[in-house]
Design a protein around this ligand. Structure first.
Ligand code: SAM
Length: 373
């Protein structure tokens, strides 16, 4: 028997025809009632996965250090987080800033999932009730204008993406069809995506491949526009797993970067566990950076998460805390998870964008590799 979300998708296909992969991903992840992010326990040990802010509150504390520095050069900066998950990042940032007597007047959150807004609010009330009035949820179309810091942690990887394949010099786009069951449908789309490929200097590389599948995310541009409309002056931190365009389209990565997560285990079939599993793709940071550059924002940094956190002072934050011996060991292991190269340290990157802001940043003070984007 079909689930509610399967019924919704198959009905839509029978009425209007095949749907693009991005439309499919939008529905299975974010449908108001039956999408994955509105109907599953996503985060934590009982959910499907754990992110950096959930791993350790020193992650948020380190990011707070940049905000403290911003306050020296800006009047009343605020923070805005896009896609706040279970609220771990807002909680750890506000706790740390309260301790440092450097709280913003407002911490805005833009969040699409009603279930997660409830969870964020519940966790904030439970863990930092005295700071809850600082937090305000905004619809992304209400377009608040801010000076300050915008944070997108593991946000761009879940933005619905298009998938394409190269087959003997031709470009095909993936659609989803339904005939008794859900099926992949490749449609020859001569010319589609070529401007993007040319801009990224990867067009000729891709066309050389005889058979190659990957992703190209048209939502990067949409979100670069949104962020540009929101931010008047300040800094954007985008932290996610991903590569620059050259690494993204290496010959061996010929089935793309899409991955699905269900109960902490990975599979590569987006037609499995429909509405019950996360679907994400690695972020193409060259493509994302070019979307900001096109809007005349500055691409100020690109570096591994390990270096980003070390620049932000994670090791000092750790030293400052007074742990008992057992907690110290536990916390040290969490930090290892965030910065070691065989854990999250290297595959996660930070892209740092600035707008109307020329002051130096902590996040990029060393190890900046923006030239490889
Ligand atoms: C993979 S989770 C990461 C959560 C959190 N940032 C973390 O690192 O733990 C992605 C988050 O982005 C939210 N999200 C997805 N699409 C969104 C959209 N269009 N607008 C706002 N939030 C969105 C999801 O509901 C979820 O909270």
């Amino acid at each position: 028997m079909k689930s509610e979300i399967e019924l919704i998708i198959s009905d839509r296909i029978s009425k209007v025809g095949i749907m693009s992969f991005a439309e499919y991903m939008e529905l299975v992840l974010f449908h108001d009632e039956y999408g994955y992010y509105n109907n599953r326990e996503v985060f934590g040990r009982n959910g499907d996965f754990i992110t950096s802010p959930i791993t350790s509150n020193l992650y948020g504390a380190s990011i707070s250090n940049e905000f403290i520095k911003l306050r020296d050069s800006m009047t009343d900066p605020v923070i805005l987080e896009v896609g706040a998950g279970d609220g771990s990042l807002v909680i750890s940032i506000l706790e740390h800033l309260s301790m440092k007597k450097a709280l913003p007047e407002t911490y805005y959150i833009i969040e699409t999932s009603k279930k997660l807004i409830d969870l964020q609010s519940e966790n904030i009330n439970k863990k930092i009730p005295e700071l809850k009035n600082i937090v305000r949820w905004e619809g992304d179309d209400e377009v608040v204008k801010i000076n300050g810091l915008i944070i997108c942690n593991e946000f761009f990887d879940i933005l619905p993406t298009e998938r394409f394949k190269i087959d003997n010099g031709k470009i095909f786009q993936l659609f989803i069809d339904y005939q008794d069951k859900f099926k992949l449908h490749w449609k020859n789309q001569t010319g589609r995506f070529t401007d993007i490929f040319k801009n990224l200097n990867i067009h000729n590389i891709l066309l050389k491949y005889e058979k190659y599948e990957s992703e190209v995310n048209l939502n990067y541009k949409l979100w670069a526009d949104k962020i540009n409309n929101i931010l008047e002056k300040g800094v954007v931190f985008i932290v996610d797993y991903g590569y620059n365009a050259r690494e993204y389209f290496l010959p061996d990565r010929d089935t793309g970067t899409l991955v699905c997560i269900h109960n902490h285990s990975a599979n590569f079939n987006p037609l499995e566990n429909i509405g019950m599993q996360d679907i994400s793709t690695f972020v193409n940071f060259s493509h994302l950076a070019s979307a900001f550059r096109d809007l005349k924002l500055d691409v100020s940094g690109y570096l591994e998460q390990s270096k980003f956190l070390i620049n932000l002072g994670i090791l000092d934050v750790f030293e400052e805390k007074s742990f008992n011996a057992e907690d110290k060991l536990i916390e040290m292991n969490k930090i290892k998870n965030l910065i070691l190269s065989n854990a999250m340290g290297d595959v996660f990157k930070a892209l740092v964008i600035t707008k109307n802001y020329a002051n130096s940043l902590l996040a990029t003070r060393e190890y900046n590799r923006k030239e490889i984007l």
